[in-house]
Design a protein around this ligand. Sequence first.
Ligand code: ADP
Length: 334
Amino acid sequence: KPLTHAGSEPEEHALEAALRPRNLDDFVGQSRVRQQLSLVLEAAKIRERSADHVLLSGPPGLGKTTLSMIIAAEMNAPLRISSGPAIQHAGDLAAILSSLTEGEVLFLDEIHRMSRPAEEMLYMAMEDFRVDIVVGKGAGATAIPLDLPPFTLVGATTRAGLLPGPLRDRFGFTGHLEFYAVEELELVLRRSAMMLDLRVTSAAFSEIAGRSRGTPRIANRLLRRVRDWALVHKLEEIDAQSAAAALDMYEVDSRGLDRLDRSVLEALCLKFGGGPVGLSTLAIAVGEETETVETVAEPYLVREGLMGRTPRGRIAMPSAWQHLGIAMPKDAIF
Ligand code: ADP
């Protein structure tokens, strides 16, 4: 998953997988999406049909992959996982679609990054459960129609706006995942600590939750870092102080800003005098892809009231200067 700051070691992945909730009841927060989805699935079960196609949008780490697994589990259906960047040719998609079994759930992560021809093939597959396989080239090319078994597509994207309208319109249900409240992250952490067999005080849970950028994946990752710290320091119980000390060491600050967030904010304030500056310029200044800054750092900085979006570009809000401990220049725009 290129869009996350995830530690990519296999052990981290195994732990992340182990901590995934397996059904809708264990899935914390997002009550609206959960209720709506539950209704979609119930109705499909009553009609004995595969569920409508589902689009899930929201920043990385909020539970899109987890929900696709839950959908498959609730429908008692197998799950196939692929992603937009992995589907560069229509043929790649044709291979996946033609091997689906009846009722199978196909999860396409980063669906907005699929190639154009694959996208067009997907339109037809979603609507008519049919694809045209093109054989041969040039004047001799023929399209062979192929019927597909009914399946449920679960598409995930960091922003629904990145999808072309015709694709968006073919989803029967769109759920937008929001950042989690601190109390919800505390619940996620409590559950994870139990599974990891850790003793953690309530105050430590809120300390970690407060630094998790509203994101369960980050909450779980920070918990693992705190666990390492406790192990090395031979602590039997993790309290708020040790959690804070551990996370300070990993450069996760008191508002949950990590290195990327801070460098974006610092570039905005120090290199561009608080803006306004275009997003792509800002991304170049921090050596990141525009999409990473736009979908990973920006949503949280905006939500925290540290950065603002204007028609002329991004600006630093007064609290950004305050948070960085820098005096706001008199001519700063905001
Ligand atoms: P996304 O696909 O949106 O990037 P994932 O579904 O991979 O996010 O979730 C990342 C991690 O966060 C998972 O390991 C899962 O354990 C945890 N997680 C996400 N959402 C929830 C939730 N609502 N409740 C509990 N854990 C969650």
